[in-house]
Design a protein around this ligand. Structure first.
Ligand SMILES: NC(=O)c1ccc[n+]([C@@H]2O[C@H](COP(=O)([O-])OP(=O)(O)OC[C@H]3O[C@@H](n4cnc5c(N)ncnc54)[C@H](OP(=O)(O)O)[C@@H]3O)[C@@H](O)[C@H]2O)c1
Length: 258
């Protein structure tokens, strides 16, 4: 029996970074799941969120698009206040925001020669900090007695124990920092939101804009379509219990080393 879905539906969900890639995949998947009620889907720019906005317009009043930049703490605080005033609760949150490359200045480093402090900070600002800001500002929405789960999409390359290849300094380090921030959050949530399981997830290499420039090195069969990644991650989510809080799981449910 699933811990998260052991309660009576509907559950309230929030997908952060829902405008494209894995986040948009979660939106499509959850819209087909009758156990889920309201789904908040966040995006930064309307012009980059046409698919999400169209899904909301084309019939589903369960989907509520929210314009929000998770790197801006004041915007998160305002959203949390709005939800609190409406007496909303959350049972499932998945933060899908992340960056690996972004124009000529943000490309993963191949060597120490390419280390640049602004680029490192850019990776940390997007890949590490938003999840802990979400945990801080949305904590009141998880302070209830129903089973809940707070997931951050991390990456196996953020595992220090698994790093035999090197390179990608900023991306790796920012995901390692995300993992530590979420492990620490899990310890505090166990006291303050004791029904919320906090986990990090590795999605596997998935066919999105993020992996696109690096796909030629991926062995056949190891590049997952978004739908497959989302179905696999939902299986991992459904089979977690509170005992799993604070851990880092791969797409196939295996725990990953820190
Ligand atoms: N795809 C893979 O193979 C793979 C493998 C391992 C881990 N991951 C992780 O999985 C998660 C989802 O990745 P994806 O493949 O779905 O990537 P994606 O298609 O590139 O989507 C990235 C998401 O992050 C948001 N984002 C990017 N830069 C941002 C910024 N500066 N401020 C705020 N939001 C920003 C994007 O919003 P905008 O459209 O507004 O930029 C978008 O919603 C990421 O955490 C990634 O690290 C992916």
């Amino acid at each position: 029996m699933s811990f998260l879905f052991s309660q009576s539906p509907p559950l309230q969900a929030a997908i952060i970074g829902a405008n494209r890639g894995i986040g948009l995949g979660f939106i499509r998947h959850l819209l087909r799941d009758s156990r889920i009620g309201t789904i908040y889907g966040t995006y930064r720019h309307g012009e980059r969120a046409q698919d999400l906005l169209q899904l909301a317009q084309s019939g589903s009043d369960r989907l509520i698009p929210v314009q929000l930049d998770v790197t801006q703490e004041s915007e998160l605080a305002q959203w949390s206040d709005r939800l609190g005033q409406q007496h909303q609760q959350l049972h499932l949150l998945i933060n899908c925001v992340g960056v690996l490359h972004d124009g000529p200045d943000i490309q993963p480093e191949k060597s120490l020669r390419q280390i640049d402090s602004d680029r490192l900070l850019h990776y940390f600002r997007i890949n590490s900090i938003p999840s802990v800001l979400l945990a801080k500002h949305l904590m009141p929405l998880f302070r209830h007695q129903q089973p809940s789960l707070f997931a951050s999409i991390s990456a196996k390359v953020g595992s220090i124990g698994d790093n035999d290849l090197g390179g990608w300094y900023g991306y790796r380090a920012s995901k390692a920092a995300l993992n530590m921030l979420m492990h620490t959050t899990a310890i505090e949530y166990a006291r303050r939101c004791p029904q919320t399981c906090v986990i990090c997830l590795h999605p596997g290499t998935t066919d999105t804009d993020l992996s696109q420039p690096f796909q030629r090195n991926v062995p056949p069969g190891k590049l997952f379509p978004v739908e497959k990644t989302v179905a696999q991650l939902m299986e991992v989510i459904e089979t977690r219990t509170l005992d799993d809080s604070g851990q880092f799981f791969s797409w196939d449910g295996r725990p990953l080393p820190w």
